[in-house]
Design a protein around this ligand. Structure first.
Ligand code: C2E
Ligand code: MG
Ligand code: MG
Length: 603
């Protein structure tokens, strides 16, 4: 109830002598008002009811609101609802009649068979006799709109589940409970949801999410709350539930995902990664909803990293690792500008001739305190913190600069640069490659862009388009780590790449396992059929090198040939190798030829 200014009305005096005429005048004035209006005395007795009131009462056709002149307004209100709101309204109107307060202003609900109607009640004192004018304005449309937008602000439009803001409110309220029992938050992320969306379309994806929301809501206890954070992320707030209970619940949720979904006549089963963060009864280690959800999110990430369909309970080491990542990201951002990144180059040899054909640029971070860090220590962070694009641009510029320098020294080396999924997705690759070539003056034929098999398969259409655009300019493209993923061959053979780099896992032990050798032979044959050359990665032994040559690979790269080395060492290494080429196994029966010839053949 909202009260206005105290006693601010000018009293309307009605002289006793003219009462009959003036009552008619007051009645006429009230009739002119569009809102249902009554003039009542301090006891609630109705003195005048205007035309709009009579019409509204007829329209509502509700006995409870039927009150005529001489009837009692307060009794009518209590007939509608004998509750605290109406008692407070009556008290306020009585205070107003006694001149103890200003206007009375409040919204109230009128439950009606057609639905709940909302009225705004405004009461003002008139005259000195304690009379009060009460107007009732229908504000149903406004209140419904306000309530709808308040609901929308707290709920997910697709599933109708509580959204992030509402979940945080509910979890926060649970955490604030004085005698709080154990509580758990489950963070669920559907495995491979993007694939469903991509293959079946967004409408099917939306339908799947709605069905998931229904299953989860039906599958948890009535005291639990299911919400959707967005995308394919759901949260379950499980009240009075310890971590053990939450794990049991998580397994139940997984079972709900595994039941087949029928979409577009197809049957689909889903897997889900679940992170759990819980607080024991009364435990105060985490006081904010956002912290508990974040911990469950971290646990979910750890579950996902361990493979599909896993459950992981949050432990504090996950938070430390996350904080460490934030730190590394901040340092890495500066490191790119501060020139702390360096490239090492791993030579690639052309197997038929034994000549050095090229070198793959591999990024390292010369960390001021931690020493030389390999890409494994910072590339994931770069991916997560949007540093991959600046990093790739730097690598492209530096690798092309180095390769152009080798060329000027008479050593044309096909230089490989690795490009990540995020750079492919950002759509800047072709432009960045062009900029690097222009700045360095390197002929495009000496640059090779490497993308891993999984990156290519994840977004085959985009990869195909960008590969085609690069190859038009003369830049070569290779598919890295081929054979490490489970991509469809059909998808990959349609990619316009020039080189297939056979993953180390196939090369390792190929000399002992006939299946690996057979797989390499198959990839070589596939490459030939598609006009691609093959490169054996991770060659660590003499036998592997000989086998790669025997199986028909065009190139080889690995620790047995050379480890990655600073750019300045490459020239010396090539010179040393050339002087000993004839004695080196794996050089093949073909006599050594000038590097330029090999490169020409290679591109
Ligand atoms: P990759 O592109 O497949 O590069 C080959 C990796 O295998 C390199 O590891 C190399 O040192 C290692 N390697 C080469 N020969 C052998 C061998 O005989 N045995 C074994 N065990 N390992 C061998 P590195 O430098 O740690 O790089 C790892 C991965 O990091 C690379 O795999 C590539 O995917 C990524 N990477 C490296 N530099 C960059 C970069 O500049 N940008 C991007 N986006 N990714 C990069
Ligand atoms: Mg590579
Ligand atoms: Mg590789």
């Amino acid at each position: 109830m909202a009260a206005g200014r105290e006693g601010s009305q000018a009293p309307l005096e009605v002289p006793a002598t003219d009462r009959g005429r003036d009552a008619a005048l007051v009645g006429a004035m009230l009739d002119a008002l569009p809102s249902p209006t009554l003039l009542i005395d301090a006891d609630g007795t109705v003195l005048v009811a205007n035309a709009a009131w009579v019409t509204a009462a007829e329209l509502l056709d509700d006995e409870r609101v039927r009150v005529d002149v001489g009837g009692n307004y307060f009794e009518m209100a209590l007939r509608l609802a004998d509750d605290a709101t109406n008692h407070a309204m009556i008290t306020a109107v009585q205070e107003l009649a006694r001149g103890e307060r200003g206007t009375v202003s409040m919204d109230y609900a009128l439950p009606h068979e057609a639905g709940v109607l909302w009225f705004h009640l405004q009461a003002c004192r008139v005259g000195t006799a304690g009379h009060v004018v009460v107007t009732h304005t229908d504000v149903t449309a406004r209140v419904v709109a306000e309530r709808t937008s308040a609901w929308q602000a707290r709920h997910d439009p697709l599933t109708g589940l509580p959204n992030r803001a509402r979940l945080h409110e509910l979890i926060g309220a649970e955490l604030q409970r004085a005698d709080r029992p154990a509580v758990a938050v489950l963070f669920l992320d559907v495995d491979g949801f993007k694939d469903v969306n991509d293959s079946l379309g967004h409408e099917a994806g939306d339908e799947l999410l709605r069905e998931l929301a229904r299953r989860l809501t039906d599958g948890v206890r009535a005291s639990d709350t299911v919400g959707r954070l967005g995308g394919d992320e759901f949260v379950v707030l499980s009240r009075e539930c310890d971590t053990d209970g939450a794990e049991i619940l998580a397994h139940r949720c997984q079972a709900l995902f595994e039941q087949p979904f029928s979409l577009d006549g197809r049957s689909i089963r889903l897997a889900v990664s679940i992170g759990i963060a819980g607080l024991a009864a009364g435990e105060r280690s985490c006081s904010r909803a956002t912290e508990l959800v974040r911990d469950a999110d971290l646990a979910m990430y750890a579950a996902k990293a361990a493979g599909r369909n896993r459950i992981r309970v949050f432990t504090s080491d996950l938070r430390r690792a996350a904080q460490q990542k934030v730190l590394v990201a901040a340092e890495l951002r500066d490191a790119i500008d501060a020139g702390q990144l360096v490239l090492h180059y791993q030579p690639v040899i052309h197997l038929p001739s034994g000549e050095v054909a090229g070198a793959e640029a591999l990024v390292r971070w010369q960390h001021p305190e931690r020493g030389l860090l390999g890409p494994g220590a910072f590339l994931t962070v770069a991916e997560q913190y949007e540093l991959m694009d600046p990093l790739t641009r730097w690598v492209l510029r530096e690798a092309t600069r180095q390769s152009a320098e080798w060329l000027r020294m008479g050593l044309p080396l096909l230089t490989g640069v690795n490009v990540s999924a995020t750079t492919l997705a950002s759509g800047t690759l072709v432009g960045d490659v062009g900029d690097a070539l222009a700045a360095s003056g390197l002929p495009p034929e000496l640059l090779i862009v490497e993308l891993t098999e999984t990156t290519v398969a994840d977004d085959a259409q985009r990869a195909a388009a960008q590969f085609a655009a690069l190859r038009v300019t003369g830049v070569e493209v290779s598919i890295d780590d081929f054979g490490s993923g489970f991509s469809s061959l059909g998808q990959l053979v349609n990619i316009p790449a020039g080189v297939l780099k056979i993953d180390r896992s196939l090369v390792a032990g190929a000399e002992e396992r006939s299946q690996s050798a057979a797989a390499i032979a198959a990839v070589v044959a596939l490459g030939r059929a598609c006009g691609m050359r093959t490169l054996a990665e991770g060659v660590e032994t003499e036998e592997q090198l000989a086998l790669a040559a025997e199986l028909g690979c065009t190139f080889a790269q690995g620790f047995h040939i050379a480890r990655p080395m600073p750019g300045a060492d490459v020239v010396r290494w090539v010179a040393a190798r050339r002087s000993g080429t004839s004695r080196r196994p794996g050089a093949g029966a073909v006599p050594a030829r000038p590097v330029a010839d090999v490169v020409r053949q290679a591109v």
